[in-house]
Design a protein. Structure first.
Lengths: 110, 113
């Protein structure tokens, strides 16, 4: 069964304290892995798509990486404005089904 | 600027009533989706459409229906609202074949009392 697990559920960081969020997945054939950012009271906002193991994408302080079993979202020197919930989603290449994880709620304190 | 809008933002209704949530996008995207978001669950797909007159059931479609009469709109109808349908509902769209990145609306908070 397709499954996406994100950890930790919540993460509190001091401004400037780098860390990583994890997304582990089980899918019969990976078509793509997606990262979204969701602010309170808003819909998810697209960040990255990764398609194959070894691929990396960067945007400002965020860097996403992909292996055959998991993806990491690395946050370098975070700022308070990076506080949000980060969602991971995996698309099954056989069914086209998109499965979302439950997210990691990140809080960055000044 | 192109966008995707949902209305209403908040809705309170009673058990058994019919409710329709609106979704309108101005990107001219072929694909549109409805998701619900609940604590402890990832976003779950209710219904989706790949074009006008095309509708498909998602993983949690019981008690919901959609219709696609034009490219811009995909209204979601709860035929007879139940307390289990209290949730935040998100509409999303994408331009091409299959699923690429999704563009989400701001959501509708629905409470069924």
């Amino acid at each position: 069964e397709d499954q996406v697990t994100q950890s930790p559920e919540a993460l509190r960081l001091q401004e400037g304290e780098s860390s990583s969020l994890n997304c582990s997945y089980t899918v019969s054939g990976l078509r793509g892995l997606f990262w979204y950012r969701q602010d309170p009271g808003k819909g998810p906002e697209f960040l990255f798509t990764l398609y194959s193991a070894g691929e990396e994408k960067e945007k400002e302080r965020l860097k996403a990486t992909l292996t055959k079993k998991e993806s990491f979202l690395h946050i370098t020197a975070p700022k308070p404005e990076d506080s949000a919930t980060y969602l991971c989603a995996v698309q099954d290449g056989n069914t086209d089904k998109l499965i979302f994880g439950t997210g990691t709620r990140l809080q960055v304190f000044p | 600027d192109a966008e995707i809008t949902q209305s209403p933002r908040h809705k309170i209704t009673e058990t058994g009533r019919q409710v329709t949530l609106a979704c309108h996008q101005t990107w001219n995207h072929n694909n549109m989706f409805w998701y619900r978001q609940d604590l402890g669950h990832g976003l779950r797909l209710i219904h989706y459409s790949y074009g006008v007159q095309d509708t498909n059931k998602g993983e949690v479609s019981d008690g919901y229906s959609v219709s696609r009469s034009n490219t811009e709109d995909l209204p979601l109808t709860l035929e007879s609202a139940a307390s289990s349908q209290t949730s935040v509902y998100f509409c999303a769209s994408s331009p091409g074949q299959g699923i690429e990145k999704l563009f989400f609306g701001s959501g509708t908070q629905l409470s069924v009392l």
